[in-house]
Design a protein around this ligand. Structure first.
Ligand SMILES: C[S@@+](CC[C@H](N)C(=O)[O-])C[C@H]1O[C@@H](n2cnc3c(N)ncnc32)[C@H](O)[C@@H]1O
Length: 265
């Protein structure tokens, strides 16, 4: 990876006017217990798969500047071992609670409190080689088109995007008879009545959305067929088979591509 000429490091959580999205309250109240909900054997399995994907993305990028949308408490930062690497990491999240947990563990991290579809006020002078959103974090910003346009504008030409969304046609949604674009989402193991709206897309919808933004080499990858259906130590082995036979039933669909030309916002 080549080192960029300038990349100003920001040490404080920037506070900007929030977008109209109201989901911050959901994530704020969840933040103190969030990591405890993701300690199972199933979660560890998903993390190990995600680490492999993230390492591949970083290895194929033209530079080290990485933007993590909906970074939460820092899972991607930790899986990539950012602290001991050349990666120049910036996380953004709508929830000050989630960012607070992240900063508590990693006081050195650069994070910005803003919505994924409202990146430009704080990031318009910065450029990135990689933009990621992990564990369906791309499903939460309320204006997906705006998010994609803004991602394109902060990504340098040749930069890589990799965004994880809820799969509209996942096994979990099929079993529940859910077909709508928007679902009422509760994070893993969260039993309370509160929920947050999340947008669900098919692979073809995402491919066409990235093609419209003039990304090249656009493709989708599915993950976690049994996500939200049967998550246990035993189901890990079943998942390994299911993800080979019926990958398109995955709980998440991750769309990726490379920016071809300078975007216009
Ligand atoms: C399912 S969690 C994933 C967190 C992290 N990416 C991970 O893999 O552990 C979704 C994250 O998206 C954040 N989020 C929700 N709505 C958002 C929005 N509109 N803009 C940016 N982040 C948002 C939440 O606060 C939460 O941290």
């Amino acid at each position: 990876m080549s080192t960029p000429s300038c990349f100003a490091r920001q040490k404080e959580i920037s506070r900007l006017p929030r977008s109209t999205d109201t989901s911050a309250a959901y994530w704020d109240q969840l933040a103190p217990q969030y990591e405890s909900l993701y300690q199972s054997a199933w979660s560890r399995f998903e993390d190990s798969e995600l680490r492999i994907q993230l390492q591949r993305i970083v290895a194929s990028a033209n530079g080290p500047r990485l933007l993590d949308i909906g970074c939460g408490t820092g899972l991607a930062y930790e899986l990539l071992g950012v602290k001991n690497s050349a990666i120049e990491y910036v996380g953004v999240d709508i929830s000050v609670g989630m960012l607070g947990e992240f900063r508590r563990k990693h006081p050195e991290v650069d994070v910005v409190e803003t919505a994924g579809d409202s990146l430009l006020p704080s990031l318009k002078h910065r450029q990135f080689d990689i933009v990621i959103a992990t564990n369906v974090a791309a499903s939460f910003p309320s204006n997906t088109d705006n998010m994609l346009r803004q991602i394109s504008s902060v990504l340098c030409v040749g930069g890589i995007v990799s965004l994880s969304f809820l799969n509209r046609y996942s096994l979990r949604r099929r079993l529940r008879g859910e077909r709508d674009l928007i679902e009422q989402y509760r994070t893993r193991g969260h039993r309370e009545q509160t929920y947050v709206n999340a947008r669900c897309y098919s692979a073809s919808e995402l491919v066409s959305a990235l093609n419209q933004q003039e990304f090249e080499n656009v493709k989708c990858r599915f993950s976690s067929v049994l996500g939200g259906v049967w998550e246990s130590r035993a189901s890990v082995e079943v998942e390994r088979v299911a993800s080979r036979i019926v990958p398109f039933l995955g709980h998440a669909v991750t769309v990726s591509g490379r920016k071809a030309t300078e975007g216009v916002i």
